[in-house]
Design a protein around this ligand. Structure first.
Ligand SMILES: [Zn+2]
Length: 116
């Protein structure tokens, strides 16, 4: 009987991605269903944490803008935003005009002052 191994990284004699135990029957990435589901749920959790952390930073930025803009039409400066620990890495979208000026937005609601 011929055996085709499609993924040479995950085969008999290699080690389980979760527990590092030797895989006795291949081709597999995990030694058991338990390890597979543990590994995958950790992966999902990490992804969720990543998304949550970014969302938290965006939310914090948004709150800062709300604070600085109580009447909905305040202009502010970059240095004022920096004083409030605004994080310019966390914006939601950009818009570049035909002339090549790029504006940065947070949730389509706020246009940020120039970065320069
Ligand atoms: Zn395992």
């Amino acid at each position: 009987m011929e055996v085709y191994i499609h993924n040479p990284e995950a085969t008999m004699g290699k080690y389980c991605l979760e527990c590092n135990g030797k895989i006795l029957v291949g081709p597999k990435k995990y030694c058991s269903d338990y390890c597979r589901s543990t590994y995958n749920s950790k992966l999902n959790k990490d992804n969720k944490n990543l998304i949550r952390n970014i969302n938290n930073r965006l939310r914090k930025n948004y709150r800062t803008l709300e604070e600085l803009n109580p009447d909905g039409k305040t202009k502010t400066t970059k240095s004022r935003l920096l004083d409030k620990e605004f994080d310019f890495e966390y914006i939601t979208n950009t818009y570049t005009t035909k002339k090549g000026t790029t504006y940065f937005f947070l949730y389509d609601r706020y246009r940020l002052p120039p970065f320069g």
